[in-house]
Design a protein around this ligand. Structure first.
Ligand SMILES: [Fe+2]
Length: 205
């Protein structure tokens, strides 16, 4: 008898780099905060689209094109995205995955990042710049959820692969990669300190 595991949903996590990551992370942190101070259009957009927080998603969303530090981040991420694409066995013949967007998210206390996906992208992900102890991770939703119909709920102690939602912790210096169609959210930050992350998209078009 064999029970097959078909159609897996792969999510990749890793440290951005093994050594000397703190100095690079510190420079990213400085630039994230400076960007918020300088980006009036982004702060205005965030008042409506990201209440209580700051995101440059609608104002400065190609940071890898304007900041040498973020361009360096792009080069470091390319290696991870390539490894993830190999795990997914994507056929990219004649094309290559490249970064299309890169933006900053700052979540003070009680700020939430609602359920969403990343349209028109292939692989998306997040690098964690500042993660106060106890801040929320990234919560992924089973992409088949809208088809379950008469399916019973899963046991509360079911294996992670059998649960309808899964949370990966947000840990400073680490990245999470996923296919862009996979819906995800971040619960309200209960900590007084800001949770700061850099999100990005890769496309193959
Ligand atoms: Fe996202």
């Amino acid at each position: 008898m064999t029970t097959h595991s078909l159609f897996p949903t792969l999510v990749y996590s890793a440290p951005l780099q093994r050594a000397r990551w703190r100095a690079f992370n510190h420079q990213l942190l400085r630039e994230c905060k400076q960007l918020r101070a300088d980006d009036e259009a982004g702060r205005r957009w965030s008042m409506r689209g990201y209440p209580g927080g700051y995101t440059s998603y609608s104002s400065v969303s190609r940071l890898h094109r304007v900041s040498p530090t973020f361009a360096m981040l792009e080069r470091k991420l390319n290696r991870h995205v390539g490894a993830f694409a190999r795990s997914l066995e994507l056929d990219l013949t004649g094309r290559e995955l490249s970064m299309t967007d890169c933006w900053v998210n700052i979540m003070p206390r009680q700020v939430v990042h609602g359920l969403h996906l990343h349209p028109l992208a292939t692989i998306s992900g997040t690098y964690y710049v500042q993660t106060p102890k106890g801040c929320p991770g990234i919560k992924f939703e089973d992409p088949r959820l809208d088809r379950f119909m008469a399916a019973p709920p899963r046991k509360s102690d079911a294996r992670p692969a059998n649960r309808p939602w899964s949370v990966l912790p947000a840990e400073v210096g680490r990245i999470v990669l996923f296919e862009s169609w996979l819906r995800h959210e971040v619960a309200p930050n209960p900590r007084p300190a800001e949770r700061i992350s850099i999100s990005f998209n890769y496309g193959w078009f």
